[in-house]
Design a protein around this ligand. Structure first.
Ligand SMILES: [Zn+2]
Length: 261
């Protein structure tokens, strides 16, 4: 199995994973989406809210804001406090503001200086003259399989495209070239070539336009991954943590098997 970096910029990681199976690639994708614990607000305690936005909508809004924390927090289910309210398993964010003002993520004071909202300028609610808001938001670790607020990234992959071209089939390639929405077909030295095969989306528009000359397939041993992080983890951290989770599951299972004997 081999990994090759294609691109890493603006919180998006693209890499090629070769020499494995769709099942393994899918395990990585699903673990990133559902199986990595990250922090998100999942409860708010409202003391005052004169804004036009209801408490429920505020809770949804806060829950959707990605939070970056240091490692070391416990899942509420693993913490001795049993309530998900101590400093080992939760972070609290307090806010008390009066209008006129747009309350932003940075106005919420965190109980842990290392636990912060990734988008500090994200607006939470607009307060008009005389309106007040006072609340405590509680963030805890959770998994994407419970709620999308705990999903650290969008993870997807496609098979590596394979484009076979019969150079003898045509003299004029204009129709085939124009059909490609990604603009990756080009004539070089009288031959039709795909300039960047990785950018092919396997849409098959070219084979529809030129069925006599072009065949597009996906290589089911090579996968082009695209991981777009929400900011709570970097995309590299998301992949590494997914692999850690998978490794731990295998180890736990292996230990159980040893006990069979
Ligand atoms: Zn606790």
């Amino acid at each position: 199995m081999e990994g090759e970096l294609i691109e890493l910029k603006d919180g998006v990681l693209r890499f090629l994973l070769s020499g494995t199976t769709p099942e393994f690639a899918n395990s990585i994708r699903r673990t990133i989406l559902q199986g990595i614990p990250i922090m998100a607000v999942n409860e708010i305690e409202v003391t005052a809210n004169d804004a036009v936005v209801s408490d429920e909508i505020l809770a949804h809004r806060l829950g959707q804001l990605p939070i970056r924390t240091s490692d070391g927090y416990l899942l509420p289910s693993e913490c001795d406090c049993r309530e998900g309210r101590c400093s080992n398993c939760s972070v609290t964010f307090d806010v008390s503001e009066e209008g006129p003002k747009v309350v932003r993520a940075k106005d919420l004071k965190s109980s842990d200086p290392e636990a912060i909202f990734v988008q500090e300028e994200a607006p939470i609610v607009r307060l008009e003259e005389g309106q007040k808001i006072e609340l405590t938001a509680i963030a805890r670790l959770g998994f994407g399989k419970e709620h999308a607020n705990w999903q650290p990234a969008i993870a997807s992959y496609k098979y590596m495209p394979v484009i076979n071209i019969d150079q003898e089939a045509r003299d004029d390639w204009t129709k085939c070239i124009d059909a490609c929405p990604e603009d990756i077909l080009k004539v070089e030295n009288g031959k039709l070539e795909a300039i960047d095969v990785k950018e092919c989306t396997l849409c098959e528009a070219c084979t529809e336009a030129c069925p006599d000359a072009i065949e597009v397939k996906g290589d089911s041993t090579k996968f082009i991954f695209r991981i777009e992080s929400t900011g709570s983890l970097t995309p590299e951290e998301a992949v590494n943590k997914a692999l850690e989770v998978m490794r731990k599951k295998c180890k736990d299972f292996s230990e159980q098997i040893e006990r069979f004997e």
